[in-house]
Write a protein of this length. Sequence first.
Lengths: 713, 497
Amino acid sequence: MAERSFKREVEQLRLGAGETFAGEGILAVTKALLQAGVAYVGGYQGSPISHLMDVFADADPLLRELGVHFESNASEAAAAAMLAASVNYPLRGAVAWKSVVGTNVASDALSNIASGGVKGGTLIIVGEDYGEGSSIMQERTHAFAMKSQMWLLDPRPNLPSIVDMVEAGFELSEASNTPVMIELRVRACHVTGSFVARDNRRPPLTVGEAAANPVRDVDRIVLPPANFLHEREKIERRWPAAQRFIAERRLNEWFGPAQDEIGIIVQGGLYNTLNRALELVGLSDAHGAARVPVYCLNVTYPLLPDEVAAFCAGKRAVLIVEEGQPEFIEHELNTLLRRADLSTRLVGKDLLPRAGEYSGEVLRDALLAFLAAHAPGRVAAAPPAPPPPEPELARTVPPRPAGFCTGCPERPIFSAMKLVQRELGALHVSADIGCHLFSILPPFHIGNTTMGYGLGTAGASAFKPSEGAGARRAVAMMGDGGFWHNGLTSGIGNAVFNQDDTVTIVVDNGYSAATGGQDILSSRAASATRRTNNPIERALRGMGVGWARTLTRTYDVARMRDTLKEALTTPEKGPKVIVAQSECMLNKQRRVRPLLAQAAREGKRVVRERFGVDPDTCTGDHACIRLSGCPSLSVKANPDPLRHHPVTAIDDSCVGCGNCGEVAHAAVLCPSFYKAEIVTNPGRLERLLARWRAALIGWIQARDARALAARAF
Amino acid sequence: MAASTAGERDRLTVAILALGGQGGGVLADWILALAEAEGYVAQGTSVPGVAQRTGSTIYYIEMVRRGAPGANHPAPVLAMTPTPGDVDVVIASELMETGRAILRGFVSADRTTLIGSTHRIYAISEKSALGDGTGAGERILDAAARRSRRFVGFDMEAAAAGAGSVISSVMFGALAGAGALPFARESFEAAIRRGGKAISANLAGFAAGMAAAGERRTAIEAAAAPPAATTPAGAERQARVLSTLPAAAHASALEGVRRLMDYQDAAYADLYLDRLAPIAARGEPVLSEAVARHLAVWMSYEDTIRVADLKVRAARAARVASEVRVGATQLLTVTEYMHPRLREVCETLPARFGAAIWHRPALRRRLEPFFSRGRHVRATRLRWFLLLRTVAAMRRIRRSTWRFAEEQARIEEWLALVAATAATDVALAIEIAATQELIKGYSDTFERGLRHFTLVSEAARRLTGRTDAAAQVRALRAAALADEDGHALAAALATAA
């Protein structure tokens, strides 16, 4: 079950010709795939393409009707390898993942599929996680397209353009026997809009039919001598075929006047931002009526020498707007201009920032500089002067790093680790990809490196403490998502085989939580279409791990602390693995809340727990916050007029996970925390007992209050 | 076609700065639906992902009036991110996010209507400070008023709570009330109805937001008045405070007397005033106030008796019930997380016994296991309630406890240092008095605070006579609150020496 429901989106997948689809860019892709007669879809979840995977996962009945196979692949490598189905058969296939990291994982299979080529249209949907909101290294997928010679589409970020390019991408792939990548930036994936739908198409050949009638062509397998043949094919056949198709179908676009002394070449995905920048300097309007020629590259690889030459000919200077680095397109354009013997000055990264996202502001400023240098007098509207900076304000506004959610079961793991570090000294912690990576941020400050998804244990493998005084084991983190993605083999298997003396904590929260709560092998939810409930510890034992412990409640901070301490100090050799289990609170709340509300409505007994802090015993040291960082655990002005330091306070968002109380116990902090259990629809006996208790306690309290009032001020 | 310049374009842009979980996406959806229904082509973008876990995130909306049917107008080209100087409306869901919108340049004085909630959701850096790490909200309010075309600011979280709704609907109401979009109230409400979820609660929040957006913000609340005496004993001491202490110290001293009568008895409050008298006699109002404040806090140190006393009171039970929102037909049970160690138990015993046990290692080793575990004290159960009440009743023998003897000795030593210093350097004496703030918390936290207090006090003794002594001690105190492990304090002490 994913973090949000996609019921409405799944219904939209059924829209027929002439009806209007409304939604996000990445969801438009799901519909476009069905309209294109795709035979199979796969991928691995991750921002910004998770919703595509979630919608398909929820659309099982429709996919069955259409004969479309969908797979939640174990990794991007598995997804890319699945594209092998299009090598021998005219099957259209699509896979999706977060790039550049997913492309890295997939690259072995991608090189193979790109080498042998495809018969069926093959589309790789990459969510380019670059710029604001990105959580990964800032690299370009473009390099992969170039090195393996796969074509790269970068459509204008509006739904009709994206949908058209999905369809065109399959055709381009088939026309050139080459896999095609379609790149969607984060905001393009989540941009809202609409397009007029067409009917879904049943694939002309289903995967089942293909498997029943096998076709074999040894020339498509990467092994000598075919591998040498493939390289020639790429250059001599596939590349020209692709260029022909792109030119004939006019996949690239031209805007603005036909003739001018200047022009702009832009990646399709940046077109909207460029138009806004043009608008802000008075050279376009909200409807894209540019007054400077714009050549929009909806296909950023390969480039078409004839189109480039035709656009640049007669122009004094052309600005290339290309986000990210290295500036592959600019390099290629310069080569093309030299070959065409054109003296057009190409302006790019000498004027635009070499690094970082190209926002409207960045492009507006670059445009002004470009015009000032090459077409002075063309600026029709001067943008307003920027407001003066306010350094005082900059010091006042605090940063807001991401952190664990309210009630997150991963928090107590790091609270425990902090307590262990107090006793045993600082630890080297090899972090991993997932929510648990937030441990590197305040208030935990735990974690030294992260080397990729599922690679936490491998990242610690060099640290083999020698015996004797001062020896300290390295700790590795791994999420359940990363564990099944590759961590079981590259991490655990590696550590067992090499007898690494490290401690790994596998966070088993029941979902691939950071990517939106998708099910994985060890998920506890029952699934009609997938096999879940495969315990991680069983896999560990099967791999040869001798020392493994499964803790079924991470919120037991003291137990967590003691188990970690044992793992760090046990004389046993080889890897020590702790499986720390508690359900992802975000998903748990989504699952449980409606059920509890329903039960309460039906008159059943329901207990709600939440925590509180007594402001008159809290002294405002906030040690509890430094060991927790829970969003619901905050501060408020001290109600005591004699004290200035704010006191700790728990707000209404508390879900009663108990971590703060357990931490207060384990770290012996303070007696200010209390747990309140609020019982809705209590039983009769319970009510009677409570009334009796309350009456007696209330009577004593009233007497005490009178005594207090008598001796009071 | 005419060049579009600021002010005459047919395009409206709205940026929403929200924190994960505040319903920024819901708000954006309402605005999109509203614009579409009112004949605009609207586009929204967002960046879900890790930022939404708890970080701040931006939703961005653009809208352009739809062309007349049949008009040969290409579809509008709408931007994905806000450009500074080009944003018509900024909605920020929290005070510091309002500041962030200004910092990022989204707010311009000629164009932007800035709608910001003035409540605070503290960032981790503000929350985790050892003392007060919270940012200065007045600066944001000041900048918001100066740098926007119009600033609509009020506590939208409180408005939401008051209306039994959520902040997103209050923000939507504030947007309607600010009049920054050319749509009628009914159209806004229709968008909520079309959303189909929690309609009545959302409409209530919307109405609250819309009403508040039209009002002027009320001034900052007046400081709380000092307590007034309710008993003859109180009145007697109140008179003593008012007649013997400088006016600047009245509020703190009255609160001090009130607290110590509550904490122990009238005689203890008299001890407080006796201790305060020689300091006040120096005629230094700031010093008198500082000592009145810190002496009261110190004399009401949090021992086991005090904690139990506060936990069993009727007023506390009522506070908990209202804080966790117990309904009339619901039942409430409260569990306290307490962890008295052997040390605290010994401290609560008469000084002779407590110290005797503590100073016998063999006995300690045998007893400590009984106090090594945290206790879940179910204070709403009669048994636990009576136990806590028994501990609270030990107030009567507090003067004989080991902890009492220790604390009074420390207090006397500190007071003597303050008094002695005041003879030559009043500013330094004030700083020494304020150093008491380092002592707080329980168990390890208390011990750390006491250690830091001792170090700073000793440094203050050494620094006496230097012209910058007061500033140095102030800096040392800040260093003591900079980190838990005392690194900053150690470094500061090394340079101060």
